[in-house]
Design a protein around this ligand. Structure first.
Ligand SMILES: C[S@@+](CC[C@H](N)C(=O)[O-])C[C@H]1O[C@@H](n2cnc3c(N)ncnc32)[C@H](O)[C@@H]1O
Length: 262
């Protein structure tokens, strides 16, 4: 299970790969047909840039970005436009609103939250009839990068500290689980999976990528030399798993998507 402490997020490290990461959001939103939403929520809005694109697409809507990380929100709040685009600090696991929501978007965030059954059930109740829930989550659980992380975590030097910390193989359910669950909640569901082949450069770009996301909770538990040593061990495994050729490292990243309308 992941830690619920999110002060560990680091906007600068996350933004290193912002171009690579914005395409899945665009692909998700290309399937959203909502005509004139009044209230839009972006759950796990991070540095706020994607919520801003929502307010540009629907200038008549009020958009609220929700995130638990002060650090990420400190980048978002300068983008706010009072009455049109706002940001609030809250935990998705407990967040709720009386506003009748027309569109709930969550890009690359729900994998950090436990109990997807409970979260989807609560969100369904907040959406108006005809309202839409649009979600994208990376699912690295069956990739060499997850194996490399698990192998590195198993090292006895830190295995007791890192046991049950961070994303795990159940952080994202199989896509069919979401389809069935949303169908049972009365949604019409459009779901798909895509693997993006990110073409990266640099000394150990997969390690750098993971440092901005999946490794945050693990690194938050380690100190000083142990952090360096852990990154060295993991870095070497990741280089073996994703070898560079002529300066290019290919990093396949599977992602699940669903756009569900009540
Ligand atoms: C990978 S970033 C995605 C940010 C943004 N949606 C994007 O696509 O660029 C994940 C975000 O989810 C937020 N997050 C993780 N767990 C959360 C929770 N339980 N409640 C609210 N936000 C959470 C993190 O603080 C982080 O900003």
């Amino acid at each position: 299970m992941e830690t619920k402490e999110h002060s560990m997020w680091d906007a600068a490290t996350y933004l290193k790969f912002s171009d690579e990461r914005s395409r899945p959001f665009a692909d998700l939103m290309s399937q959203v047909r909502t005509a004139e939403p009044e209230w839009i929520i972006d759950l796990g809005c991070g540095t706020g840039a994607l919520a801003k694109t929502l307010s540009e697409r629907w200038p008549g809507a009020r958009v609220v970005g929700v995130d638990s990380s002060k650090e990420m929100l400190s980048q978002a709040t300068p983008l706010a436009i009072p009455g049109r685009l706002e940001y609030e600090q809250a935990d998705i696991a407990t967040w709720s609103t009386q506003r009748p929501l027309d569109l709930v978007v969550s890009n690359a965030a729900l994998q950090w939250v436990n109990d997807h059954d409970g979260v989807l059930t609560r969100l369904a109740k907040m959406l108006v009839p005809g309202g839409t829930l649009a979600v994208q989550m990376p699912d690295r659980s069956h990739t060499p990068s997850q194996v490399a992380v698990e192998d590195a975590v198993a090292d006895p030097r830190w295995s007791s500290t890192l046991q049950n910390v961070g994303l795990h193989r159940k952080s994202v359910e199989p896509l069919a689980w979401y389809v069935h669950h949303l169908h049972d909640l009365g949604f019409k569901v459009n779901a798909w999976e895509t693997t993006y082949y990110h073409i990266l450069t640099g000394e150990n770009p997969v390690l750098e990528w993971l440092k901005g996301t999946a490794l945050r909770p693990l690194l938050a538990c380690l100190r000083g030399e142990q952090t360096e040593e852990f990154l060295r061990v993991l870095g070497s495994r990741l280089k073996d798993a994703y070898p560079a050729r002529e300066g290019i490292t290919v990093f396949p990243m599977p992602r699940v998507f669903f756009v569900a309308t009540r």
